[in-house]
Design a protein around this ligand. Structure first.
Ligand SMILES: Nc1nc2c(c(=O)[nH]1)N[C@H]1C(S)=C(S)[C@@H](COP(=O)(O)OP(=O)(O)OC[C@H]3O[C@@H](n4cnc5c(=O)[nH]c(N)nc54)[C@H](O)[C@@H]3O)O[C@H]1N2
Ligand SMILES: Nc1nc2c(c(=O)[nH]1)N[C@H]1C(S)=C(S)[C@@H](COP(=O)(O)OP(=O)(O)OC[C@H]3O[C@@H](n4cnc5c(=O)[nH]c(N)nc54)[C@H](O)[C@@H]3O)O[C@H]1N2
Ligand code: SF4
Ligand SMILES: [Mo]
Length: 752
């Protein structure tokens, strides 16, 4: 059946009428808890307010069920993250419910790891077996021997069970593979970071600078809507990207930099702004420290110096710098999000933070607002987690951290500990909602670590690639079928949002809160789960926070008192650095032997005739998790490799030709179509990340497109915080006959 992707649009008036009616029904407690049998007999229309989980923005949505079947998903107009509209992925979340290849029952491995051979099991069998294995390993090596890899709030209760059992080792790819360098660069400068969702006041920015932040393809909902607001208000958009991104197409200035040269550009921008006295002197004088030493360091970093490195004209650098200064403090240099590019990422993020500081925009309209936060208390009476005498295993010797500024657990550090046994052996992994074979680079290393494990548990909704290697696979109910813990992220308006079930899981799937508790019981940590059931857990926390549970269930979102969010309106700002100031020159970095002001190093060139591999997002997909979702697969069934026409001519490759990519270490991708386009610099190629699944069981995704993760075998580690930078991989295009088209010998790619 082909289902329409865009549900019939309702007029806003009619929409509100419907939601008002059904909120009433919800408040009376009639809309939930339908069983599959009930669903079969269910007639009419009902709506449930819940939150999206196709990505981590967690937009508020209204789900409509018609005759017992999930019919459509729309934005919740009360919700500041969706502002009443979902993105394509959010609308298509129904595809995750109807995926015919979903995991249905618990599975226990019968073949070799990776062979995807299973026997089905009951929940009791699978959980008893898991707990028995984990307890045995803990008895021998200590509970720290268990490492949890997780992503998103769905894993909250499984993490709770494992921390209660005594392991401090829990990591998400959102740090070392994603926004870690950004957060560390900002922490070092401002003593705080942009957080999630970012406290960027995009809607009010008069100049918005996007450095590889490809809003519009990177589809974080309210950010993209605010981007549209800024464009409508005629803000100056400056985009720095080797690729003509969707955002670049809206820009007044597009600076197509050579990949990896952004620090040179940032230093030159700051040079112009400082030398011409265009920065916010009052702000720097009041809140800054080390400014003189900083300006001395950048004194020779002129646009003329940068132009040759960056590949952008000096006058363009100068003009764009002056434009930023003209509109300050309503000038926002977006901090970016996935900042794991070239190995100097935390320093690049620090340069971005410093440029923002020169604009005096922290806590100012059109810069970074100061968000509000409800901060709901935990459920009462839950014991404190035991403190591990061993400390975490991810960062070398816990007493002398290998990456001194890593303030979250490093996934790839846990992977190293698993292989080396240092600082102590990790013998079991629990993997919840993260497809480690796609999310972490250097797949060979991940497989070596899995080989060294005694036990691997994977909790997923589909037979993902990582599930193929598990000893036990547990099928989780998808987000539209379950409660999760509450979301009270910091935002302009403080809020709490509820995820609650819309429909029942179709087979044996269970929600994460149930899995966590059942595992916890079997591990002997039942005392950490004192609530009677999940509703009672949620209700208790909501009520203790002064909110009305029935109202939250009905509306899906409740907001708190709106605090002032700008300094000019009375919001208080403080800088939690060692000096209490914005650190233009960083003593912390100097003390650890790092550059106190970011320095530029030219990126290493690849082998002759190769292209630097870049990756990013497509608006209708989220990493690898949506590739098999038929509702979005219709829009983009596989990724393509972007190649500049001049290079295509040299290689004799036509638009649409299918090639394989071979990287510098000889790793070859599956076949992928070439998109010949002038929208990319000639020295690099670009692919959307998440494709090229190797899981035979997830038939809808199997071998669709090529995997950027598989080709990312050469990783540069950020020395400040352990981030894994992947734009350090180079590929050649292998033609259909297996030949490698040769690039003309004269084509030199110094600094590419
Ligand atoms: N090469 C390359 N690597 C990257 C990136 C890149 O651009 N290029 N991006 C990086 C970034 S920014 C990030 S944040 C990470 C993302 O890394 P991940 O979050 O690991 O991303 P996915 O590949 O989508 O894997 C998610 C897994 O969770 C499963 N899942 C989905 N919903 C549920 C659920 O409700 N419950 C459970 N239990 N499982 C569920 C999916 O089926 C899938 O197997 O990847 C990083 N890795
Ligand atoms: N639709 C959709 N939206 C998403 C996600 C998703 O999976 N799907 N994931 C979300 C998550 S978790 C994250 S972290 C974000 C990631 O999104 P972003 O933080 O915006 O982006 P990246 O993936 O790091 O960067 C991709 C862009 O950087 C450019 N680029 C590559 N190398 C360089 C360079 O050296 N310099 C410069 N200036 N630019 C460069 C690429 O051409 C591309 O346009 O997206 C979020 N939004
Ligand atoms: S941005 Fe899109 S996919 Fe992400 S939570 Fe919002 S609607 Fe869902
Ligand atoms: Mo991310």
């Amino acid at each position: 059946m082909v289902v329409s992707l865009s549900p019939p649009t309702l007029s806003r008036r009619r929409f509100l009428k419907i939601t008002a009616a059904t909120f009433g029904a919800a408040a009376a407690g009639t809309q939930l808890g339908c069983t599959s049998d009930k669903a079969a007999g269910e007639k009419g229309i009902r709506t449930v307010a819940t939150t999206c989980d196709v990505c981590f923005w967690k937009c508020g949505l209204i789900a409509t069920v018609r005759d017992g079947k999930l019919w459509k998903l729309e934005g919740n107009p009360l919700d500041p993250l969706s502002r009443g509209r979902l993105c394509t992925r959010g609308t298509a979340g129904i595809g995750m419910v109807e995926d015919k290849y979903r995991l249905r029952t618990p599975l226990i491995r019968t073949g070799n790891r990776g062979a995807e051979q299973w026997k089905t099991a009951t929940w009791d069998e699978a959980l008893d077996y898991t707990a028995e294995r984990l307890k045995k390993l803990a008895a021998r090596h200590g509970p720290e021997t268990i490492a949890l890899f997780k992503h998103g709030i769905g894993a909250y209760f499984v993490e709770h069970a494992l921390k209660a059992f005594g392991t401090p080792n829990a990591a998400a790819p959102s740090f070392a593979q994603c926004r870690g360098p950004r957060d560390v660069g900002f922490n070092l400068t401002f003593g705080t970071n942009p957080g999630t969702p970012e406290n960027t006041d995009i809607a009010n920015a008069k100049t918005l600078v996007l450095i590889g932040t490809h809003l519009g393809e990177n589809m974080h909902n309210s950010q993209v809507q605010e981007f549209a607001d800024a464009i409508r208000a005629d803000a100056t958009i400056i985009v720095v990207d080797p690729r003509y991104s969707t955002a670049a197409s809206k820009a007044r200035y597009w600076l197509p930099v050579k990949p990896g040269t952004d620090i040179a550009l940032l230093l030159a921008w700051m040079n112009v702004i400082v030398r011409e006295g265009l920065y916010d002197r009052e702000y720097v004088g009041k809140y800054g420290t080390g400014f003189d030493k900083f300006s001395a360091e950048i004194a020779d970093k002129t646009p003329e110096w940068a132009a040759a490195e960056v590949g952008v004209d000096a006058e363009l650098i100068r003009a764009s710098a002056r434009e930023m200064a003209r509109t300050r403090p309503a000038t926002l240099i977006h901090p970016g999000r996935r900042t794991t590019w070239h190995g100097d990422d935390a320093q690049r993020a620090r340069a971005v933070a410093l440029l923002n500081a020169l604009m005096g925009n922290w806590g100012r309209k059109g810069g970074f607002y100061l968000p509000g936060y409800i901060g709901l208390a935990e459920y009462p009476g839950v014991p404190k987690y035991p403190k591990s005498p061993k400390g975490k295993a991810d960062n070398g010797d816990p007493a002398a951290k290998r990456w001194p500024f890593a303030d979250q657990t490093v996934t790839t550090g846990l992977r190293e500990a698993t292989i080396t046994g240092k600082p102590y052996p990790l013998k079991a992994w629990v993997v919840d909602a993260t497809n480690l074979l796609q999310s972490m680079p250097d797949r060979k290393r991940t497989l070596a670590a899995i080989d060294a494990l005694d036990f691997l548990l994977v909790i997923d909704t589909v037979p993902s690639e990582i599930a193929g290697y598990a000893d036990v696979v547990l099928p989780e109910a998808v987000y539209l079928e379950r409660y999760d813990t509450l979301n009270d992220d910091a935002l302009r308006t403080p809020f709490i949002a509820l995820r609650q079930p819309v429909v029942e899981p179709p087979h044996q799937q269970k929600p994460g809160w149930w899995i966590g508790r059942e595992l916890g019981k079997r591990l002997g940590v039942e005392a950490y789960f004192p609530w009677t059931d999940i509703e009672e857990y949620l209700r208790t926390r909501v009520t203790a926070g002064g909110f009305d549970w029935a109202e939250l269930k009905a509306k899906g979102i409740l907001t708190g008192k709106q605090p002032p969010i700008y300094v000019d309106d009375g919001a208080e700002v403080s800088y939690d650095t060692p000096s209490g100031k914005v650190e233009f020159w960083s003593q912390q970095l100097a003390d650890k032997g790092f550059d106190p002001v970011p320095k530029y190093t030219r990126p290493e060139a690849g082998p002759p005739g190769t292209y630097r591999l870049l990756s990013g997002r497509a608006p209708m997909h989220t990493f690898s998790r949506t590739i098999g979702n038929q509702r979005v697969a219709q829009l983009m069934p596989e990724n393509k490799v972007w190649l500049h026409p001049a290079e295509a001519r040299k290689l004799g490759i036509a638009n649409g030709a299918r090639v394989k990519l071979r990287n510098q270490d000889g790793v070859e991708s599956g076949p992928v179509a070439v998109l010949v386009t002038e929208r990319i610099r000639p020295e690099c190629v670009y692919m959307v990340h998440g494709f090229g699944s190797e899981s035979k069981a997830w038939k809808a995704a199997y071998h669709k497109g090529a995997s950027t993760a598989q080709l990312s075998t050469r990783v540069k580690i950020d020395p400040l915080m352990g981030g894994t930078s992947i734009h350090t991989n180079f590929v050649t295009l292998v033609g259909p006959s297996g030949t490698i088209p040769q690039v003309a010998a004269a084509d030199k790619r110094v600094g590419s």
